[in-house]
Design a protein around this ligand. Sequence first.
Ligand code: ISE
Length: 357
Amino acid sequence: MKEDQVVNTGKRAGIEQVSVGVVGAGGMGGMHAQNLQSRVAGASLAAIADVDADRAGKIAGKNVPVFREAVEMIRDESVEAVVIASPSATHAELTLECLRLGKPVLCEKPLSTTAEDALEVVEAEVELGRKLVQLGFMRRFDKQHLAVKEAVDSGSIGAPLLFKGWHRNPHIMSSMATSESVVFDSMIHDLDSVRWMFGSEIDEVYTRGMSTRPDLEGAHDLQLTQMSVGGGLLATVEVYVTAEYGYEVGLEVVCESGTAQVAPFDEAVVRRDAMQYQRIHTDPFARFQPAFVAEMERWTGAIRNGEQPDGPDAWDGYAALVAAESCIASLRSGSPQSVTVPERPTLYRGEGLGVVR
Ligand code: ISE
């Protein structure tokens, strides 16, 4: 693709298939690559980049080129749009490279490992004057989370009061062996869910935690965060990354005259031998498969139509990181911490999935 033919300015509106390059062949990158190869309408896997070429090659198969260097793949003319699913510390710099080239980018959470670096991405996009970045907050595309938000926004159960979330992984992943990585890699989803569900910024957080096993060397694998939101609402979020029994993301929003909550599990209940059984998910890929496909189709659909993405954006990625850093400060200090997010730039005030009032 010629660099002047930026797909999202409408110059190439009406393109049939968006050719997407994926950076990272690990769990998330592999899942996105496979979705692009077989589930996402209107897009295809153009290339995959990973330092482990064998791992990337296993996903790519015969016809998809494999790159060792992410930047080389991003710059390749065959790549019209980019999914970044490499280690979190590389997200901001690779997103900036996509912005420099005018290429739409779906960046997995977190946008960066610091709010400061995420702000650099926001500033680069504001400078560009149009949005190219969508963040991988896929819960916003989960049918159950959308149904809860619809019930809350409808006013049919009164004004929202309290967000109660719980987020459990069966086991800690090697890259998540610190209290900080539990916040940046896991709790970041819950912080975005609170902002999105209430359409407001988080004002204050109070995070406490415990280390449930000696081999974690003090890392808080179970954390509880209380929040005040949007000048008067409340939220509590439990994140437990060594829950063992399975993978579960729960949510209940308590409103004035009712509540809305995601169903525990959407699997059949089997009764046998005076017992009943229901399968529980063991990873996010199974639980959120439809949401991952929906977020990708929303993103590539906007590209095909020559429009800016309207999903969770770089500002959402930045604001969640500001809150995450306050959670870490609270965990360390043992006291509540305020969350100070500057005024939202005009670029991020449009209507759409990503809007937080
Ligand atoms: C993982 O990186 C994800 O993004 C999952 O959605 C989340 O539930 C999990 O806690 C993270 O480790």
